[in-house]
Ligand binder design. Structure first.
Ligand SMILES: Cc1ncc(COP(=O)(O)O)c(C=O)c1O
Length: 458
């Protein structure tokens, strides 16, 4: 392609920065170059096929090829390749998409703020929480609480909410006022004999203690993803959200639900909020919104918050917030078509029908010496990688077990998402078939066998 000097590998090494990659190692290892996809598979430049168990970054819900959406993108670009929605301008695609999102929202929502990424949506949600409390004359209500183990994005604010110290190191983050309460891995962190309900109560008590220590009058909002993606697609323990929501209500703290992974069918309902009976004030979503075919995200805002926003914007003059590509007409048209497809194939029901074989596949892996436990919901779940099943001990990082698993996965034609929490996370495209789920299990087992053998020899 083109008149370029050098192989694609050489040109990549010479020019591209890769997120979440060891930049020094990359200079010698180079990239894996993906050329195209079909269904749940992607292909590299040598023609090797990989089953992507993570739908790329939890997002390619309709898989890696879709003619129908491609045609809509082409038509939308011909109609109006771009116009802003600043200063009261609008266009059909932004209106249609916003209206549809309000129609399908899990709880009554009033307005939609369109953005380009999950990080931007979460960043904006923090700003809106601040704007809201300022509007109500409570400027001290500024602190944000999120949970250890959750990932909320890479902008300075979204990463400040992210509960993982490795993401903050050397950036001088998190910002002051971003607090983290406990994560929720029952398998790893429960005390001997503690029930799931008792574990949830302990987490909720700990959240309440944090709020009281900081002063409820200083806490603006609590952020949570219904299933914790970055912790390895970890569902909440029984009773967790019920207890947490009661505390948020008690102290008048806004509840922001990050549906960036869970939205659009992934957990057997259209929203994770429906699966876990959540009543958010604000919802952020992205990824599955367009099945990742174009970058777009949305922030859904309830009437309570919108009313104050509207008054505050009037007091100031305008609502001083926005991104150039917000509500991009082509991305909005694509997202709307993706939502049409979800409706036609009843995506939530489809996921529900695949949940049992998916969870059975994960459970079947627990007889492997490396796998301590498995859990999930819908088409989102994970297996716990342990060095010792008895004690549930993780591998010493110097063994680099995740890198070994990645290497064998690649050899076996499967892309697996290993996580720093030593839990392999699964979030396949929602169009996956039962046979492909079975293949995912088979290739995972082969990969774990290979990694274990190599580890034992080392
Ligand atoms: C739960 C969650 N929130 C937010 C984000 C950030 O989204 P983006 O990468 O589109 O900024 C991610 C990304 O993986 C995510 O998993």
């Amino acid at each position: 392609m083109g008149n370029y000097a050098g192989t694609d590998r050489e040109r990549d090494i010479a020019s591209v920065i890769h997120p979440q990659t060891n930049l020094l190692n990359h200079l010698k290892d180079g990239p894996s170059i993906i050329t195209h996809g079909e269904g749940v598979y992607v292909f590299d430049e040598e023609g090797n096929r990989f089953l992507d168990s993570g739908a790329a970054l939890w997002c390619a819900s309709l898989g890696f090829k879709n003619e129908r959406v491609a045609k809509v993108a082409y038509q939308a670009m011909q109609q109006l390749p771009y116009f802003q929605i600043f200063r009261g301008y609008s266009h059909g695609p932004a209106i249609d998409l916003s209206e549809r999102l309000l129609q399908i929202a899990p709880v009554p929502m009033s307005k939609v703020l369109l953005q380009c990424s999950g990080s931007e949506a979460n960043d904006s949600a923090v700003k809106l929480a601040w704007y809201y409390w300022n509007g109500l004359g409570k400027p001290k209500k500024r602190k944000i609480i999120s949970r250890l183990g959750s990932y909320h994005g890479s902008t300075c604010v979204a990463i400040s909410m992210t509960g993982n110290a490795a993401y903050h190191k050397s950036f001088g983050l998190p910002f002051e006022g971003f607090l983290h309460t406990e994560g929720l891995n029952y398998y790893r962190d429960a005390r001997p004999g503690e029930t799931e309900e008792a574990f949830s109560k302990r987490l909720a008590d700990s959240l309440e203690a944090l709020i009281l220590k900081e002063g409820p009058e200083t806490i603006a909002a609590f952020f949570a993803d219904p299933v914790q993606g970055n912790a390895g697609a970890l569902p909440p323990p029984a009773g967790y959200f019920e207890k947490v929501q009661a505390i948020l209500k008690k102290y008048d703290i806004l509840f922001v639900v990050d549906e960036v992974i869970c939205g659009f069918g992934r957990t057997c309902s259209m929203w994770g909020s429906q699966t876990y009976d959540l009543e958010p004030d604000l919802i952020t979503c992205a990824k599955g919104l367009s099945a990742a075919m174009l970058p777009i995200s949305a922030l859904l805002i309830n009437e309570r918050v919108f009313k104050v926003m509207a008054e505050e914007s009037d007091r100031i003059g305008v609502f001083v917030h926005g991104f150039t590509y917000a509500g991009h007409p082509v991305a909005s048209a694509v997202a709307l078509e993706v939502l049409n497809i979800y409706r036609e194939i009843d995506i939530a029901a489809r996921v529900k029908s695949l949940e049992a074989p998916f969870l059975a596949m994960l459970k079947s892996l627990t007889d492997h010496p490396l796998v301590g436990d498995a859990s999930g919901v819908g088409l989102l779940g994970g297996i716990e990688i342990v060095a010792d099943k008895e004690t549930r001990r993780s591998f010493d990082p110097r063994f680099k077990i995740n890198a070994l698993i990645d290497k064998h996965a690649q050899k076996n034609g499967i892309i697996l998402r290993t996580t720093p929490a030593y839990r392999i996370a699964y979030s396949p495209p929602l169009i996956i078939s039962e046979d492909e789920i079975e293949e995912m299990g088979r290739l995972t087992r082969k990969t774990l066998d290979g990694a274990l053998n190599e580890h034992r020899k080392a």
